[in-house]
Design a protein around this ligand. Structure first.
Ligand code: NAD
Length: 252
């Protein structure tokens, strides 16, 4: 197999969810020769996930992406142990199926903090190392909800947080291109994971499926494969881009 991330150190946030996009990405990156750093809220869950992938070239580091000190400490721990940070996948995210008038201040903070503030803090934590190395790749997990204004599962605050990520991603790509650091985003459609917390009803599923030309929901592997492309040198001239992974649900 062509190892696309051989000897690269790749940090993936929100990677401990057993059926999540982050874990599938860590597994794929590991298969491609990377040392993967599993980060998520709870250290024991990070360790379990890491152990389920391999006993070599894996590291588990608890990190709450909404807490700047936690992000800085995680990046330092990785650099001190592994001596480099090549890839950051900003994958942590939560969603809530609310309507505009239902969103409380707490709801707003919860959802925007994990996706948007978390992306900023984790990127700020790794960028100084990438600048020093004069190389790096950051990929941010936005959503089709950012592009079409929700209407799938997450509420308007989720759309806003994800749309904010697209703007932040492009602005950072502009700023750090001169250091050979590429920064891109992905916009997944509906991917079958636990993020919906059992609140996606059969009716909702049926209605959504009818809008997808490829006639299936997305799988975590679909997103992991796109992360692999953007993280690796295959995407050497791609920065500030946002790639859709939505089965054709949204075209423009
Ligand atoms: P998931 O719930 O399986 O995984 C998300 C992970 O983020 C969890 O392990 C959770 O513990 C972690 N997390 C939450 N708050 C955190 C914090 N403060 N710090 C660190 N980690 C935190 O969900 P998933 O479907 O794999 O989602 C991954 C990403 O993809 C999210 O950003 C989500 O918004 C995005 N996305 C998902 C879909 C979908 O349909 N599943 C669609 C578009 C975008």
């Amino acid at each position: 197999m062509n190892m696309l991330l051989k000897d690269k150190v790749c940090i993936i946030t929100g990677a401990a969810s057993p059926r999540g996009i982050g874990k599938a990405t860590a597994q794929l990156f590991h298969e491609h020769g990377a040392t993967v750093v599993i980060t998520d809220l709870v250290q024991s869950e990070c360790e379990e996930t890491a152990a389920s992938i391999s006993d070599e070239r894996v590291m588990a580091v608890a990190c709450d992406v909404t807490d700047k000190a936690s992000c800085d400490a995680a990046a330092k721990q990785v650099f001190d142990k592994l001596g480099q940070i090549d890839v950051l996948i900003n994958n942590a995210g939560i969603t809530q199926p609310l309507k505009t008038l239902e969103i409380t201040p707490e709801n707003y903070e919860q959802v925007t903090d994990v996706s948007l503030r978390g992306m900023l803090y984790m990127s700020q934590a790794v960028l100084p190392y990438m600048v020093e190395q004069r190389s790096g790749s950051i990929v941010n997990t936005a959503s089709v909800s950012a592009q079409r204004g929700g209407g799938i599962f997450g509420g308007p605050h989720y759309s806003a947080a994800k749309a904010g990520m697209l703007g932040l991603s492009k602005a950072m790509a502009r700023e750090f291109g001169g250091y050979n650091i590429r920064i891109n985003s992905v916009n997944p459609g509906l991917i079958l994971t636990d993020i919906t917390g059992g609140k996606l009803t059969d009716d909702m599923r049926k209605n959504i499926l009818a809008t997808i030309p490829l006639n299936r929901f997305g799988e975590v592997q679909d997103v992991a494969n796109t992360f692999l492309f953007l993280a690796s040198d295959l995407a050497s001239y791609t920065t500030g881009a946002a790639l859709d992974i939505n089965g054709g649900m949204h075209m423009y």
